[in-house]
Design a protein around this ligand. Sequence first.
Ligand code: AMP
Ligand code: ZN
Length: 114
Amino acid sequence: MQDCLFCKIINREIPAKIAYEDEELLAFHDIDPQAPTHLLIIPKRHITTLNDLNEEDAALVGRLQITAARLAKEMGFAEDGYRVVMNCNEHGGQTVWHIHMHLLAGRALTWPPG
Ligand code: AMP
Ligand code: ZN
C-alpha cells in the first residue's frame, strides 16, 4: 500500500528500530513507547483493520501471537509478564491503518484500559 506508514517501514522508506524480521512478519519499537518495552508486530502483507481478516489469515494471526510470546522470552520479560493489544477502528483507538500487535512490557500495567 503506497500511503501506508507501516508498509513504508517494511520497505525501509521510513526508518524504525527493528527487533525481528522474517518472511511474513516485522517487529519494531514503537516511536512513542507506553512502557519500558513497547514493540509493534505486523504482517508484511497489508491488512487495514482486524475487520478485514478472514479464515485464510488464521495462521498469520497465530504467528503474530507466537512471535510476541517468543520475543517476550528472548527479551527476558516472559516470566514477569506483558500485554498484547490490537486496536480496531475509532473506538479501539486505532491510528495506523495496517494491523499491528502491541507488545508492552517492563512495568505493571493497569486494568481496565482507558
Ligand atoms: P494504534 O494506535 O493501535 O493504531 O497504534 C499505532 C502505533 O504506532 C502507536 O503506538 C504509535 O506510537 C506508533 N507509531 C506511529 N508512527 C510510528 C513510527 N514511525 N514508528 C514506530 N511506531 C510508530
Ligand atoms: Zn500497510
